[in-house]
Design a protein around this ligand. Structure first.
Ligand code: ZN
Ligand code: MG
Length: 435
């Protein structure tokens, strides 16, 4: 992402905020993993989206029309001793020179400076309730302005959640965002290929997971979320992340893993036989899920509604489950009664972007959102039949299948970003265990 793109986003946001307003946005806090060990720092997505600034302990302020500059950044000061221990810092000087800040201050001075930036403005765009500690500081600054306002300066009297505006912006991906997401999906897709090639009976789930670590880190990527690598019965646990069981011949392996590249996520699921050959029952269910996914993807186009891909998937799955004798009854009635939910209990997708379950409303005015160019979503139908499922023949037990791709809405249809990972039965059977 170029500095120009970040500047464009800030301008767009300030246009929407209007004059006499100010936006305040802290980045994410650093998180302790255990004792004095921290998790790797990841900036808040909204904060990074607007600043391109990746250091912890930073706060962005946008003050439209401010004489000394509209984009103000508070960040850590340069400190040779601290930098020797914990790494380089950009510092306020670097924030101006390299990140386009009009004005930058040490984060330690925020109590002295920030109230003055709010003073005299009507509206404050700030999202309450995400960070209790920062909410408290905001209240303190406001009280100070109020206490000092007898001189005639007005205290802001309108608070608006900043995230409404920013999240709607983030829902529409620009050309360079789509380029970044294409790359994230490509890296993840080739990691899935690696994992398929490496899989054979007797391996541990985490040994297959290691293929993703290798494929992602060599491209400078992180996992966009905790990967799911579940064989057999574990494939039927939707958020299984232990990844510590042995893989057996005859089982299916479900892998849900995506790369984060330049702070943009990919999210891909593939399901394939550990031993390289689908059983008849596995193949029947797999092809049903694949048909449902194709049908759902065909519904991705401008003008359709968010729910159309889901409805298409449900229709195909329910019909197929009746044909296989797993559901019994009239297809339309089974759909109406949501009978499929015993085997397909999640939705067919979610928005995808800087966050894997990305921001953006799914409904507008009570109606499913209309799809528009630049929106990116996952399409991920599945079927899960754990052992012991009542009224379902044993041959279907312990089969868990999900097929997930990343799909962008284009001018007149869709673009699949994650095409590099095979999903047709013959392609999969040719590749599994071949590495
Ligand atoms: Zn997903
Ligand atoms: Mg996923």
């Amino acid at each position: 992402m170029t500095p120009k793109e970040f500047a464009r986003r800030r301008r767009q946001l300030m246009r929407m905020m209007g004059p006499d307003s100010v936006a305040i946005l802290p980045t994410a806090p650093e998180c302790i993993r255990n004792r004095d060990v921290e998790f790797p720092f990841r900036p808040d997505s909204d904060f990074y989206y607007l600043t391109g600034f990746h250091e912890p302990e930073a706060v962005m302020v946008l003050a439209p029309g401010r004489e000394h500059g509209e984009f103000i950044l508070f960040c850590r000061e340069r400190d040779p001793v601290r930098e020797t221990w914990t790494g380089r810092r950009v510092g306020p000087g670097g924030a101006c020179n390299d990140y386009g800040a009009d004005d930058a201050f040490p984060i330690g001075d925020i109590d002295d400076i920030l109230p003055g930036l709010m003073e005299g403005r009507e509206r404050v765009f700030y999202t309450m309730g995400l960070r209790g500690d920062f909410d408290q500081r905001m209240l303190g600054w406001l009280n100070r302005i109020r206490a000092g306002s007898r001189g005639g300066e007005r205290t802001p009297d309108e608070f608006i959640a900043l995230e409404h505006l920013v999240h709607d912006m983030r829902l529409y991906k620009s050309a360079s965002e789509l380029r970044t997401m294409r790359r994230a999906a490509k890296i993840a897709a080739s990691a899935h290929v690696r994992a398929m090639q490496a899989t054979r009976p007797g391996l541990m789930e985490y040994a297959v997971e290691a293929e993703f670590a290798h494929a992602f880190r060599r491209e400078g990527c992180e996992h966009a979320y905790s990967p799911i690598v579940g064989g057999g019965a574990n494939a039927c646990i939707l958020h299984y992340t232990e990844n510590n069981a042995r893989l057996n011949d005859g089982e299916l392996l479900l892998i849900d893993a995506g790369a984060e590249h330049d702070y943009y996520a990919s999210d891909i699921t593939r399901t394939f036989p550990v031993g390289g050959r689908f059983s008849k029952a596995q193949r029947a269910l797999y092809e049903l899920v694949l048909d449902a996914q194709y049908a759902a993807i065909e519904e991705v186009r401008p003008g359709n509604h968010w729910n159309d891909p889901h409805d298409a998937a449900v229709k195909v799955l329910t019909k197929g489950l009746v044909q296989l004798g797993i559901l019994k009854g009239n297809v339309r009635k089974l759909i109406k009664d949501e009978a499929y939910k015993r085997f397909y209990m999640h939705r067919t997708g979610h928005w995808l972007g800087m966050d894997v379950h990305d921001v953006g409303d799914y409904k507008v005015g009570g109606e499913w959102r209309v799809l528009e160019k630049g929106m990116v979503m996952t399409v991920e139908p599945g079927l899960y039949i754990p052992a012991g499922t009542k009224g379902v023949a044993k041959k279907w037990w312990d089969i868990g299948i999900r097929i997930e791709d990343d799909v962008a809405v284009t001018k007149d249809g869709y673009e699949i970003l994650s095409t590099g990972a095979p999903k047709a039965v013959d392609e999969i059977e040719a590749i599994v265990g071949s590495g």
